[in-house]
Design a binder for this molecule. Structure first.
Ligand SMILES: Cc1cc2nc3c(=O)[nH]c(=O)nc-3n(C[C@H](O)[C@H](O)[C@H](O)COP(=O)(O)OP(=O)(O)OC[C@H]3O[C@@H](n4cnc5c(N)ncnc54)[C@H](O)[C@@H]3O)c2cc1C
Length: 249
């Protein structure tokens, strides 16, 4: 298999939680497609093993466009993501893309509901970082971010900063209860902290569903029940934009 791209060197890794890391790669400045990428797009990553490049795996670019630096916020799951987490600065990965059109044309909506499960927050971080930096107006946004445990959340300070720079609010939902430690830590936050399941009724409690465009991202198995509940509440299928992560096999 031949590749027209040079592999990207890893600049740094940042641990977000026990099993999520952000990998920061530097591309080559002449690669126009990476400079011109849109917020919310993904890339495909291959690692070298035994002299060949592995099958590509998709990951969403979590930083704003406009530079040749690529941030990937990756949850450790199986073999490939464990290898990504074990990369050392200076080692290289083959990165192709960008691909996809998730979150394109956000400006045309009246209001936006973003729903993320786990690292499914990555495209929304890219979009929100982009609009925060560009200082251009977006419709009102409510972000719902579900995780299994309070220990799985990261970047809460960043969500606070979005609240202060745009019409934005965040509801952070944990399946396991928040402890006194977390609640004390979050007391001054602008975020709503909720213990429970990611359910359509919960979303409806915080923001009107009618006329909102919904963007939903994360592993398909975590999000399919919610998708069905939204339809039951009368949300039109075309109002829901899905980036469901499935295994291709
Ligand atoms: C568009 C898109 C964007 C994504 N963005 C992110 C992100 O930003 N952060 C994040 O944490 N996850 C993201 N994912 C999910 C991520 O790609 C998978 O979780 C990851 O590839 C699975 O790696 P693993 O370590 O479990 O792989 P392995 O242990 O190597 O394989 C696990 C299983 O995945 C199957 N598999 C083989 N090829 C692929 C492939 N190309 N993609 C997925 N599975 C494959 C294997 O056959 C096996 O059954 C995204 C998925 C998609 C479709």
């Amino acid at each position: 298999m031949t590749h027209e791209h040079e592999p990207f060197p890893l600049l740094a890794l940042k641990s977000e939680t026990a099993d999520v890391k952000t990998l920061i790669f530097r591309g080559c400045g002449s690669k126009r497609e990476f400079l011109d990428r849109k917020p919310g797009q993904y890339v495909e990553v291959s690692l070298q093993q035994d002299g060949t490049w592995s099958e590509p795996h998709p990951f969403t670019v979590a930083n704003a466009p406009g530079s040749d630096i690529i941030w990937l916020t990756v949850k450790r799951r199986g073999l490939f993501t464990n290898r990504l987490h074990a990369l050392q600065p200076g080692q290289r990965a083959l990165i192709t893309g960008p691909f996809g059109a998730f979150c394109s044309r956000l400006e045309q909506h009246t209001s936006i509901i973003m729903i993320a499960a786990g690292t499914g927050i990555a495209p929304f971080l890219s979009v929100l970082r982009h609009y925060q930096r560009a200082e251009s107006a977006l419709p009102p946004i409510t972000l719902f971010w579900w995780n299994e445990s309070p220990e799985d959340f990261f970047y809460l300070h960043l969500l606070d900063s979005f609240y202060f720079s745009m019409d934005f609010s965040a509801v952070v939902i944990s399946q396991h209860p928040f402890s006194g430690k977390h609640l004390k830590h979050h007391r001054l936050s602008t975020i709503h902290f909720v213990h429970g399941e990611l359910r359509a009724e919960l979303i409806k409690k915080y923001t009107p569903l009618a006329d909102a465009a919904m963007y939903v991202c994360g592993l398909k198995d975590s999000l399919t029940p919610l998708d069905e509940q939204l339809q039951e509440l009368g949300v039109a299928p075309h109002a829901v934009h899905r980036e469901f992560w499935t295994h291709p096999l």
